[in-house]
Design a protein around this ligand. Structure first.
Ligand code: S3P
Length: 440
């Protein structure tokens, strides 16, 4: 991979109106359900990031005609639930855990065999969490001791199960619902805490009935999906960098347009609000099944909090940048019940704590969270060089930290930012971050 390094000069503030790229979770699902639907689906606001493009390429490899995305517009000629064909080789899903876990469910019910592979990070991530329940449904999947590559045997007859998820995971829930489309009878999933419900909302938008609601949902196999047109909201997980950047940099005021504010995703807003952030919702409206709003953020002094555990799944991808906010808050911030952060693109607890320490912050990792001593309103990060270890969200979090630093911050291994936020550095620069990107 062509690696990149960020060099971010200290200070500045964020100003302007921006629309961050489309939601990654919803973009993945739009390709998957569009491919399985009958008829031509049209998607607006699709995220042209490497992760969702890997999902798109996987379906093309399985014979689905999908146009090249242009300015977020994509057309998918759906082949129906029974219309996929065996790919000529392994499906390479790059860095994308969502692609692999959701596809595992969908492919377990196909008449053909499939092989799923990924990059070094994805190859280390746990897949037992999907292999186990899929096996209960009748699937046969070989792995490397619970890790990719996954070899999914086709031609299996799946049957519905009642599954209580041992961890709060929208990926596992979605994987089982997609397998359930191919199973005999009903497939039910019960989650220990609410997680993002984009799959449920989108299945309904494609005319597929979803049984139950909230923490217990299910599908009956054997239905059909009907093509539709949908608009993907701006990704709140990408907006999060600007929410924090504008909160910590005095004099900032920024409006983030058309941000997805699905209540299963807004934990970051609740946490920042509890810390004292000044975030206003403007023009709350719906993009089909998904609520959106414009968010206005102004700089505000932050205070440390104990993060309520029930908010953790609702903010699961935003913790790297929330840790940056915590480091500048008055007092201590404590996170518990977030062991899942250790099995994301990197071990985000360790990688963030290491970087924060390099920048002069007292951060103490625990088994399932972290304690961060905030430096308070007069505080600022020391400069220095930190390593994102190829984790897109860690790289962007440390870039925003420079807004309140005393010296430049250099961030290593930033190329993967393109998995979720192509054009991040340009957009951040346009709003006031002094960021330079160089090959490394
Ligand atoms: C996602 C679910 C979450 C999240 C990931 C996207 C999804 O993962 O971290 O970035 O699209 O379903 P888990 O379900 O593993 O928590």
């Amino acid at each position: 991979m062509n690696e990149e390094r960020y060099r971010v000069r200290p200070g500045g503030r964020l100003r302007g109106r921006v629309r961050v790229p489309g939601d990654k979770s919803i973009s993945h699902r739009s390709i998957m359900l569009g491919a399985l639907a009958e008829g031509c689906s049209r998607v607006h606001g699709f995220l042209e990031g490497e992760d969702s493009l890997n999902t798109l390429r996987a379906f093309r490899a399985m014979g689905v005609d999908i146009g090249d995305p242009r300015d977020g517009e994509v057309e998918i000629q759906g082949v129906g639930l029974r219309g996929l064909r065996a790919a000529p080789g392994p499906l390479d899903l790059g860095n994308s855990g969502t692609s692999m876990r959701l596809l595992a469910g969908l492919l377990a019910g196909q008449p053909f065999d499939s092989v799923l592979i990924g990059d070094a990070s994805l190859s280390r991530r746990p897949m037992g969490r999907v292999i186990e329940p899929l096996t209960q449904m009748g699937a046969r999947i070989d792995s490397e001791d619970g890790r990719p590559p996954l070899r999914i045997h086709g031609g299996r007859r799946l049957h519905g199960i009642n599954y209580r998820l041992p961890i709060a995971s929208a990926q596992v829930k979605s994987c089982l619902l997609l397998a359930g489309l191919y199973a005999e009878g009903e497939t039910w999933v019960e989650e220990p805490a609410p997680t993002r419900d984009h799959t449920e909302r989108m299945l309904r938008a494609f005319g597929y009935p979803v049984l139950g609601e909230g923490r217990r949902v299910g599908v009956a196999g054997g239905g059909r999906l009907t093509a539709t047109e949908l608009t993907v909201p701006a990704d709140i997980s990408s907006a999060a960098f600007f929410l924090v950047g504008a909160s910590i940099a005095p004099g900032s005021e920024i409006v983030l347009e058309s941000v997805g504010v699905n209540p299963t995703r807004t934990g970051v807003l609740d946490i920042l609000r509890a810390m004292g952030a000044d975030i206003e919702w403007l023009d709350r409206r719906d993009f089909g099944a998904e609520p959106v709003a414009d968010l206005r953020v102004r700089a505000a002094p932050l205070r440390g909090i104990e993060i309520p555990e029930e908010w953790v799944p609702l903010a699961i991808d935003e913790f790297p940048v929330l840790f940056v906010a915590a480091a500048l808050a008055e007092g201590e911030t404590v996170l518990r019940g977030a062991a899942e952060l250790r099995v994301k693109e990197t071990d985000r607890i360790q990688v963030m704590a290491d970087g924060l320490r390099t920048l002069g912050v007292e951060a103490e990792p625990t088994a399932d969270g972290v304690r961060i001593q905030g430096m308070g309103p007069g505080g600022a990060f020391a400069g220095g060089r930190v390593d994102s270890h190829g984790d897109h969200r860690v790289a962007m979090a440390f870039a925003m930290a420079a807004l309140r630093a005393r010296a430049p911050i250099e961030i290593e291994h930033c190329a993967n930012v393109r998995t979720s936020f192509p054009g991040f550095a340009q957009l951040a620069a346009r709003t006031g971050l002094d960021i330079a990107v160089s090959p490394a």
